[in-house]
Design a protein around this ligand. Structure first.
Ligand code: ZN
Length: 457
């Protein structure tokens, strides 16, 4: 055995998806939890262990920067990160709106970090937020402790847990955070527009019409809210990333502000790329999300914008509501869908149908979100020196997704019974197998808490 063979813990062979290209039949070497080297086809490095994934894709672990682990008492960090592992997601950035204890100060952040260290099976970065009134003073201590981003809302779901921040406080927060470079992620819907429309739909025969939800939250309620946030970011010089954008008009507004020099961007979600209003018509409350899934034209426009580079990141907005909360009228049902387990397979399937180049596609699910959230020094690429977060995706045969097999307590999905063009065969976090294609095999606590890099911009 040569000295070289001692230097790698293991080597995996397969089709490696790098940011710029695919290395067919290449090899990736792992040592001490990190990627040690990448080899072209024909090069066969020696190692203590060889893992043959010939014919399968080996992609960087996905980085999902929009996850709700704590909005549901039935889920939490443990279950949510298990779902992530099963979906090929090796890093989540979790939202701050935890039931009973939103992350709005250092004490709560420290408690949540402790929970991550006890329960997580993939790596976890965290958001902070602030209370509705006079919260700006507590932002600094969250920045210092390494939150990846802040989440604020223009729409109120709950005055304590998920408040709408008044304009004065919101602008002050933008100004406070501007010099830190930490991104502000904003929920962009105009509350009065939605409430006015809901008032006229609730209690009528339209209440159970699957399309009524879309009518209650028309594109303008998203795009006009986005304008306000973009203008705040422009004047304050803050780093703004608009959450869950559904409509091409939002991305055109972002582009316009970018041309003015504003440091702004937007995400869309897997369900806006994989579903359209027609699916909402078929699935009803099971496809209810905020903002709503739009028509076929909007969906295809999002795919074109993704190709143009106008969309910065794709996320899941994972929200595994208990099934009972969906078994009611369209307008009364909870808004949100579980998404971690179907993230890679659903977006991959839709991309293949549109001849979308795979390295480019994966960028929106891996290195781009990692860099935006201050994790790019460790996450998001198959590159020597970075964490060995690898996902083996078998696209040789179609695979039917069954929500009954879900790691969440929800056991439902808008994608239940859908045939995808492949499946996750294995997920590795820092070199350790956490999902073997059937079961989550990692112990709670395998996942680490991730602080935002100090040098990130
Ligand atoms: Zn969300």
């Amino acid at each position: 055995m040569s000295a070289n063979s001692e230097s790698y813990d293991w080597v995996a062979t397969g089709d490696l998806v790098l940011p710029e290209r695919i290395v067919e039949n290449g090899s990736i070497a792992v040592a001490d939890g990190r990627i040690a080297a990448i080899f072209e086809a024909g090069e066969r490095p020696a190692a203590r262990q060889a893992r043959d994934y010939s014919g399968r894709l080996i992609v960087p672990g996905l980085v999902d920067t929009h996850v709700h682990a704590g909005s549901f008492l039935e889920e939490g960090i443990g279950r949510t990160t298990r779902a992530a592992a099963a979906g090929g997601v090796t890093t989540i950035v979790d939202m701050p709106f935890d039931k009973g204890a939103p992350v709005m100060g250092a004490e709560r952040l420290e408690a949540k970090i402790a929970t991550v260290r006890e329960e997580a099976v993939v790596d976890v970065g965290l958001y902070g937020s602030m209370p509705k009134v006079d919260g700006v003073g507590a932002l600094d201590e969250l920045v210092e402790r390494g939150v990846c981003a802040f989440k604020f809302s223009l729409y109120e779901y709950d005055p304590d847990r998920f408040p709408r921040i008044p304009d004065g406080d919101l602008l002050a927060a933008f100004e406070k955070l501007a010099p830190t470079g930490v991104p502000i992620v904003l929920h962009n819907e105009l509350q009065e527009v939605v409430e006015y429309r809901l008032d006229r739909l609730l209690g009528t025969s339209d209440e159970s019409d699957p399309y009524a939800h879309g009518r209650s939250r028309p594109p303008v309620s998203e795009t006009a809210a986005s304008v306000k946030a973009l203008d705040f970011a422009y004047w304050a010089g803050a780093r703004l990333h608009l959450a869950h954008c559904t409509h091409p008009h939002t991305f055109r507004l972002i582009e316009w502000y970018q041309q003015l020099g504003a440091d702004v961007s937007g995400e869309t979600c897997a369900h806006y790329l994989a579903l359209s209003e027609r699916d909402v018509g078929d699935l009803g409350p099971l496809a209810k999300v905020n903002p709503p899934i739009r028509d076929e034209d909007a969906r295809e426009a999002l795919w074109r914008l993704l190709r143009e580079g106008a969309i910065a990141t794709v996320s899941t907005d994972h929200a595994p509501w208990p099934l009972e909360s969906k078994q009611t009228s369209m307008l009364a049902a909870s808004a949100g869908v579980p998404g971690l387990e179907t993230f890679l397979a659903s977006v991959f399937t839709e991309a293949v149908a549109r001849d979308f180049p795979l390295p480019e596609l994966l960028g929106y699910l891996t290195w781009r979100p990692a860099e935006l959230f201050g994790l790019g020094d460790r996450k998001g690429r198959l590159e020597p020196g970075l964490d060995a977060d690898l996902v083996v995706f078998d696209a040789r045969e179609p695979h039917t997704f069954r929500a009954a097999d879900s790691q969440t307590n929800a056991h439902w999905s808008p994608f239940d019974g859908r045939e995808f063009r492949g499946r996750v065969e294995a997920t590795y976090v820092r070199g350790e197998l956490v999902f073997d294609g059937g079961r989550v095999v990692a112990e709670p606590g395998t996942g680490a808490w991730l602080a935002r890099a100090l040098t990130a911009s």
